[in-house]
Design a protein around this ligand. Sequence first.
Ligand code: PHE
Length: 497
Amino acid sequence: MLRLSCSPPLLLALPANLRILRVATRFYSSQDASSAPASLTINGKAYPSDSWTNVPPSILKHYGRQLHIQPNHPISITRKLIESRFPGFKNHNALPPVVTVGQNFDSLGFAPDHPGRSKTDTYYINKSTVLRTHTSAHEVDVFRANESDGYTISADVYRRDAVDKSHYPIFHQMEGALTWDRNDYPSNQALLDQIKADYDKLPRHDLVVEDPNPTFHPQRNPLQEQHHSPEEAEIISAHLKRSLEDMVVTIFNEADKALAAAGHSSEAEKEPLKVRWIEAFFPHTSPSWEMEVWWRGDWLEVLGCGVIEQPLLIRSNVESRIGWAFGIGLERIAMLLFGIPDIRLFWSNDQRFLAQFEGGKPMKRFVPFSKYPAAPRDVAFWLPKTDSTPTVAATPASTSSAPSSAGGQSTEPAITITDTPAFHENDLMEVVRNTAGDSVEDVVLIDRFTHPKTGRESLCYRVTYRSLEKTLTNEEANMLHEQIRQELVTKFGVELR
Ligand code: PHE
């Protein structure tokens, strides 16, 4: 079965040889601009709409939930656990999600044609304003404020994405950064000595670390030659990696304890914790890495990080500072810490969910409440005929949609369909979310077919309806499904089969 996941491109664009390719299925125009209201009101403020506006009501209705600061919410417990590994850092937890395109992309050095900017992947309030797609949108502002050497930013972030158990268009990230100010030291050697001393103070753990690559590589993971000496980049990178290794050891030990307390004698106990560092690319760090953790028989992408691009610090008026940054998605970590099987649960107001985390400590495994029956329904349709026939091609991930490790996204293998008109699979996902909301568990492409004579393409998706809170009747599922089918026709001109 071909699994489509149109995670937003965001920042992770690894060299093609290192990166599993993602699917970007584009088959229609992204949004029906004509149906957009003249303005969008968010948190009492009206923003003029334009042809870029694509924020649907299903997103706005979650505005202000701020799960990362709700007492006893698993996202908030996870945030606090991570923050506790960075003592002395200033924690920014209340930065509002509406940012400029400048903050979200330009300030970080995103190329003008970076796929992350696409409106198939990003929620635009209008041409110049977006719902932040990552906590990095605040990096320059926080550096400029220059209030602390270390900081974290935790926040809700927004990306148009697939519908399944591990993707939700709103999720939470934590950004962390630490810098040293050259001006604080009488000599470069004194600065290096200080970073080394800080490094030596970090807790060391008994974990297996695979880190086969040199710290920098001229093509794959360059040193910022103009700005950093190799010694500086080496020691900053070593400090970064050890700090993050300490953080994951803490998280996974907690997960293990919770597992054991729940009576599942931990399978992980049999195997020592194992992490590996993979070379990565982010516009705002170099060299850059992703950390993966070996968890129950799989390598799991956990975070993205690197040595902060010096031009970014220069733009932030702290040109004498050098240091590192990382970004981590909180949902994936919370899911494995607490054993939460479906990302929709985080948004539940059901006491059967929320009451399980009251009191916070000691960390407990989530006990699933009864599972309601699934109601799968298929929708098959012909794409509207266009001049350019879609072609299936493998595209290097550096130019295609690649999700972020910090986004808690999954890593299924993929192919890219290129040269297609302007509709994206995420548009279908959004029709589903807007119509059926959290009553849909997942949407999967189960068949694709090109007519040998006409060249027309037909797609078939399976939409699995299953509420987390009640049994959906057949009639309810049918009604939602029919609404989705009709929306596809009116919005995108498909021909139902
Ligand atoms: N902002 C990146 C993302 O969302 C993660 C990141 C943060 C990477 C900080 C490096 C440094 O993919």
